[in-house]
Design a binder for this molecule. Sequence first.
Ligand SMILES: Nc1ncnc2c1ncn2[C@@H]1O[C@H](COP(=O)(O)OP(=O)(O)OP(=O)(O)O)[C@@H](O)[C@H]1O
Ligand SMILES: [Mg+2]
Length: 310
Amino acid sequence: GALLGEVSPRLLYVLETWRQNPDAGREAVQTFVAADGARVIRPHFAPLGATQPASILVFLEDTSLLAEQVQQSKLAALGRLSASIAHEIRNPVGAMSHAAQLLAESPQLGPDDKRLTEIIRTNADRVSTIIDNILQLSRREPARFERMSLQPWLEEFREEFCETMQWPAERLVIPAGGPELEVRIDPSQLRQIVWNLCENALKHALGDDAGQRIEIRCGRITPSGRPYMEVADRGPGIPPEQAERIFEPFFSRGRGGSGLGLFLARELAQTNGATLLYEPRPGGGSIFRLVFADPQRWEIRRSGTYAADR
Ligand SMILES: Nc1ncnc2c1ncn2[C@@H]1O[C@H](COP(=O)(O)OP(=O)(O)OP(=O)(O)O)[C@@H](O)[C@H]1O
Ligand SMILES: [Mg+2]
């Protein structure tokens, strides 16, 4: 036997929390990430016998399967909704935006009225973006896998992101050199995922402090060897009780956000056999970690014996 604290310090911590207050566990369910860096485990504890100190039986529940099923049914519901949304809302909103634009060009309009037309337009555009996102989810394309090296991809990504967002490139830090990391993923879907994460860091975390940076880091999870990429910031982080909710569709605390960014990102990750997780950053801030499909399973997958193909 080995000591629990050596095998999993986090599990030991959750166990100690439970020991101190066995009844509190129901509301604040504590989870932790398994050693493969991708599966979320929920431990349950039961005392064996009444002797003190009692032996404790530990159940470890792998929540990824359940989470996936919940995600799938949400997606199915969204899919059914989206066709009617597209038809019923998209066109009228487009017409509103167009009318506001024409009105803004009218010479009789004073500056105050112009500002009002501007508000109509920005908000109509916001609604259109939400609809586009939902539509994109429901007609999700199957992933087109490519084997690629992360480093050159990241350099290209940084250039494009910083250019579009008018964000200084030296404040989006990517790994310099380091070991070559090869992943198997759909590059355009990877771009969407990382773009959403970086956009969130800009929007929700960095504020106006000129010293703030977004940091992208890569590596391999030990001991499973799965490659990962993470986007880290020094913002306020996510309150623990919201840590799983941020991945739900329409959950947003942001100003004017649709709350679809992280939902979409996690969906896309799943399509690619990858996992997207949130973790509080030691010292403050957020880490969003994308753990790529296990490279050792690529080959098995191709020969058809790996059943988790979606
Ligand atoms: N890096 C971060 N730091 C702090 N909070 C974050 C961060 N990323 C996401 N969040 C929180 O999670 C919520 C959900 O994020 P998500 O990207 O799904 O939606 P959104 O950014 O609000 O809207 P959208 O991405 O659709 O424009 C955000 O509203 C924000 O409260
Ligand atoms: Mg977002």
